[in-house]
Ligand binder design. Structure first.
Ligand SMILES: [Ca+2]
Length: 313
């Protein structure tokens, strides 16, 4: 089988960085057509820069990185420096990237790519707020039926929320965009907090990255050390959740995950529960399924895959 063509839509973020590294380390499975940056964890000038830093770290400066939307569709940007540090990629200091940012706007790149490639051959992997994807869908509805699949990190059901008591960060930042994406009718795979909170960076798993003895291994270990400090305090868990790489891991090894085809709706009006993913896990609503909503992960297998692939870089 030829590698799956994907666009990674991202707001790096240390866990985004690991997702990008995993994709770039897996050319037999994944062809990264481009990386589109969006405002999220930190503002857009930092997320597009961080995306280029990560491509250079991977030794893939030829990867095309595009800057997209700098604010949600209808709301003011909410960021997460309290998790990721002021650069979004806090940890050991890193040089500014020398590889160029593409001139084209990320939304135009998404539209043009989906129109150019054969229908049903391009997968979108959003691992930040859904602003770029929803803007592309709103501007060019003809591309919607051409998308092979969307595999995104966002939302929660049993784990409820991480930025508010009811909402996960990516969905909360741009709920109107999320609603457009969840209502689009595209085959949708969702990696919610219910999954990612089981993908914990325990000490032996971080040590395995460090034991690679490579710059990538050292950086990934240092990044996970960095946000682990925050997360362990918050959740009282044995490590920090490595959210975003779950999407890329699913494309490489879908059997690591289990979930249910269910209906998922996005709350866009309530002040109290804004951005909540109302997931009909028990199938009580009678509403038609629109997503494969994941519930569990083989965490050992996931970290083994990460260690095997990242060691190549
Ligand atoms: Ca992210």
């Amino acid at each position: 089988m030829s590698p799956r063509k994907i666009i990674i839509d991202t707001d790096p973020g240390q866990d985004d960085a690991v997702a990008i590294l995993l994709a770039l380390a897996s050319p037999e499975d994944i062809e990264v057509l481009g990386i589109t940056a969006v405002a999220g964890n930190v503002p857009l000038p930092l997320t597009e820069k961080n995306a280029r830093i990560v491509c250079e770290l991977a030794g893939k400066p030829e990867t095309r990185v595009f800057a997209g939307c700098d604010a949600p569709m209808q709301r003011k940007l909410v960021t997460a420096e309290h998790v990721h540090g002021k650069t979004g990629l806090d940890g050991p200091p890193m040089d500014d990237p020398t590889m160029p940012l593409q001139d084209q706007h990320a939304v135009d790149f998404i539209i043009e790519t989906l129109r150019r490639e054969p229908a049903g051959t391009v997968t979108l992997c959003p691992i930040g707020p859904l602003t770029n994807i929803a803007t592309a869908f709103a501007r060019a509805p003809d591309i919607i039926p051409r998308v092979q699949e969307i595999v995104l990190m966002g939302g929660a059901y049993f784990e409820v929320g991480n930025i508010t008591p009811a909402a996960e960060f990516n969905i909360y930042v741009d709920p109107e965009a999320a609603k457009i994406v969840f209502d689009a009718g595209v085959p949708l795979v969702v990696m919610p907090l219910d999954v990612t909170h089981k993908a914990l960076t325990t000490k032996p798993r971080i040590d395995a990255f460090r034991a690679m003895g490579t710059r990538v291994g050292d950086m990934v270990a240092a990044w996970t050390d960095f946000f682990e400090r925050f997360d362990m305090e918050k959740y009282g868990s044995e490590g920090a959740p490595l959210h975003d790489p779950c999407t890329i891991a699913y494309l490489i090894a879908p059997d690591l995950f289990t979930g249910r085809h269910i209906n998922v709706e996005i709350e866009t009006t309530s002040d109290l529960t804004l951005g909540m993913t109302v997931a009909d896990w028990w199938r009580v609503s009678g509403r038609a399924p629109n997503a494969l909503f994941m519930g569990d992960i083989d965490a050992e297998g996931f970290f083994a895959l990460l260690a095997e692939r990242l060691a190549r870089l």
